[in-house]
Design a protein around this ligand. Structure first.
Ligand code: E4P
Length: 219
């Protein structure tokens, strides 16, 4: 399973990479706005840090203008994936991008039929937003289950990015279901390490080692 980091903050990306937990990055206009930096500059910097795919979002809503943006964005770095919203004009643009070999991440997916439409259009990735569904009392992870089943039924190559992740349990469920990728905010990623028994156990080991009054020296 791949972990993408859902952020436009380069320090967070560097830290996640050092942990070996950054197989790619997803951004959106909200995340980029949070950094207050020039869009192209921040995307190019992220692309230079990350070996895997980096999603940068198109910000128009007509197929032709989305395609023009997609061509521009994908010229910035070889690992750019163009994020396109799941609207009719967006799906038209996804089809055109696929014909040109431009990779796409179809975003704002909230239903299995939307995901099916995206796959038929040739999307490289689909991003079901599980947290936002949970927020309105729907089972976000149930959507992921449905998409994986549908894609498996028909052999679609579109990879499922579990997005709008709010907590580590979303990621555990995604892994149990066999989702290809989870894109995870940095604060949630950092929680992957946590277990109180790890902290208690380490404290005890270090205290016992201290009693020995020894060092591990290089020979
Ligand atoms: C990722 O592609 C999405 O932009 C992101 O996960 C949305 O998350 P949010 O619902 O926390 O804004």
């Amino acid at each position: 399973m791949k972990f993408f980091v859902d952020t436009a903050n380069v320090e967070q990306i560097r830290q996640a990479k050092a942990w070996g937990l950054c197989d790619g990055v997803t951004t959106n206009p909200t995340l980029v706005a949070r950094e207050g930096r020039d869009f192209r500059e921040v995307i190019e910097e992220i692309c230079s840090i990350v070996d895997g795919p980096v999603s940068a979002e198109a910000v128009t809503t007509e197929a032709d203008s989305i395609l023009a943006e997609a061509r521009e964005l994908s010229s910035w770095a070889p690992n750019i994936v163009v994020k396109i919203p799941l609207i009719p004009e967006g799906i038209k643009a996804v089809r055109m991008c696929a014909q040109e070999g431009i990779k796409t991440n179809v975003t704002l997916c909230f239903s299995p039929l939307q995901a099916l439409i995206a796959a038929k259009a040739g999307a490289s990735y689909i991003s079901p937003f599980v947290g936002r569904l949970d927020d309105i009392s729907h089972q976000g992870m149930e959507l992921v289950h449905q998409i994986l089943q549908i894609y498996q039924n028909y052999g679609f190559q579109t990879e499922v990015i579990v997005a709008s992740v709010r907590n580590p349990l979303h990621v555990v469920e995604a892994a149990m279901m066999g989702a290809h990728i989870a894109t995870v905010p940095f604060d949630v990623l950092a929680k992957f390490f946590n277990h109180p028994l790890t902290d208690v156990g380490l404290k005890r080991f270090l205290a016992d080692w201290e009693k020995l009054q020894q060092e591990i020296k290089s020979s």
